[in-house]
Design a binder for this molecule. Structure first.
Ligand code: ATP
Ligand code: MG
Length: 415
């Protein structure tokens, strides 16, 4: 276990980063590592993106970055952000800013030289730490104390900070789920409840990004429960959340770490839910496809008097994919290791289903002219094969094909 000092030193000594910091410091300018990287280095968590804040103006940052061998990309130059790329790393360098006015979503900014003002503009105390070139951690908002007790706390008056940007409601629970311990800060929760009307006005892309991160955080289940109790979850997912189910599937890890699966666990019962979430959260096609198939699997698996037979599961898996049926079985398994074990045993049995070998080409070779009937014969053969316990051998499979040819209309009359 490396010490806190060791981890800070290792961050500063990262090869391209140290070169960049050298280039962006001096000649009257100062550049620091800010935000998440400092927080994560202090905690010993894996460090994601490294963001820098600087007193240098954007054009100067570009010039200095270029001299240090980086390729500068003006990714948000009007807000003072330049991305510097080298050796597979990309660093966002943002010139210090001060808010001038705000309309609840966007802030008008002007450049500043004040690291303390920059820290105060950030959302939570633990996100307002900065690290200078010499290895000093600057903590103008009390973030170190909060970090040591794992408390996510708004900087300044929580209600005011939420009115500046309602996304902070979601970020509050996201960071609590990721880093917090115990219940979320009561003052923060009160302010989130008071500000919840502002959630509806947020861009769906921003909501989506935060929610997806929240769903896979280690403390997602209790954080989502706290959100539900505060009346914050229904407006976002458009239905009563499946909290118990979410809790059950997140206990084990495993399958549960995919954001789309976790979203399905929390917010999907029927296909309608998948369609609504696609709109509300701007799901990608892949995410929607997965969630829709899980929804259809849930529809197919639930509401029966008795558990589905293996043949029924195989039919469903053929239509929706084994992964979707497996997800459905996990979601419906209920709580506890024993229930999960039973579901896994069924999933393993389903996965042992051998492939059905005949193809449309084989149907045509048997004399059916190319056309819709080819698919019908093949589907009928496959259905009968599943009902007949899905034998793996080629000869047995072809018998089902012959049988389907005979039973679905004019046999080989065509030739
Ligand atoms: P992660 O590892 O999840 O990316 P992060 O701390 O880097 O964590 P980001 O969302 O990437 O989080 O934001 C980077 C930093 O920018 C934050 O640490 C915070 O200081 C600041 N920040 C981001 N979004 C906001 C916001 N809506 N309001 C105030 N400050 C913000
Ligand atoms: Mg980040």
């Amino acid at each position: 276990m490396t010490s806190r000092e060791g981890r800070i030193a290792a961050l500063l000594a990262r090869p391209s980063l140290s070169g960049l910091l050298d280039a962006l410091n001096g000649e009257g300018e100062e550049t620091r590592i800010v935000g998440g990287a400092v927080r994560d280095a202090l905690l010993g968590e894996p460090i994601g993106d490294v963001d820098l804040a600087t007193t240098a103006l954007p054009e100067d940052t570009m010039r200095r970055g270029r001299l240090a061998g980086f390729k500068p990309v003006p990714t948000g130059i009007e807000h003072g952000t330049v991305t510097l790329v080298a050796d597979g790393i990309a660093c966002e360098v943002t010139t210090l800013r001060e808010d001038v006015e705000t309309d609840g979503r966007r802030a008008t900014v002007r450049f500043g030289r004040d690291f303390v003002a920059d820290a105060r503009r950030r959302d939570f105390t633990v996100n307002a730490l900065s690290l200078d070139r010499a290895g000093v951690v600057h903590d103008p908002c009390g973030g170190l104390a909060d970090l040591s007790v794992r408390r996510i706390r708004f900087i300044g008056d929580a209600a005011t900070r939420i009115r500046e940007d309602y996304l902070r409601i979601l970020r509050f629970f996201r960071f609590h789920a990721r880093y917090g311990s115990g219940s979320p800060d009561a003052d923060g929760v009160r302010a989130c409840i008071a500000g919840r009307g502002g959630l509806a006005g947020l861009s769906r892309e921003r909501v989506r990004a935060e929610l997806m991160k929240l769903l896979v955080a280690p403390g997602a289940a209790p954080a989502l429960r706290a959100m539900a109790e505060a009346g914050l979850l229904m407006p976002m997912i458009g239905r009563v959340p499946h909290l118990a189910r979410f809790e059950a599937v997140t206990e084990g890890g495993g399958e549960g770490v995919f954001p789309a699966f976790r979203l399905a666990a929390l917010a999907v019962g029927v296909r309608e839910d998948a369609l609504r979430l696609r709109e509300d959260l701007r799901l990608s096609n892949d995410e929607f496809d997965r969630i829709e198939r899980i929804a259809l699997a849930l529809e197919g698996l639930s509401g029966r008097g008795s558990p589905a037979t293996l043949a029924q599961l195989r039919h469903l898996a053929h239509r929706l994919g084994q992964d979707a049926v497996a997800a459905g079985l996990v979601l419906l398994a209920g709580r506890g290791a024993e229930a999960a074990g039973r579901a896994q045993a069924v999933i393993a049995e389903l996965a042992r289903t051998p492939p059905f070998q005949p193809t449309g080409r084989d149907v045509i070779a048997l004399g059916v002219p190319a056309g819709p009937r080819v698919g019908q014969v093949l589907a009928a053969a496959r259905r009968a094969w599943i009902e007949g316990d899905a034998p793996p051998h080629k000869a047995a499979q072809w018998r089902f094909l012959d049988e389907a040819l005979r039973s679905t209309g004019p046999g080989r009359a065509a030739d």
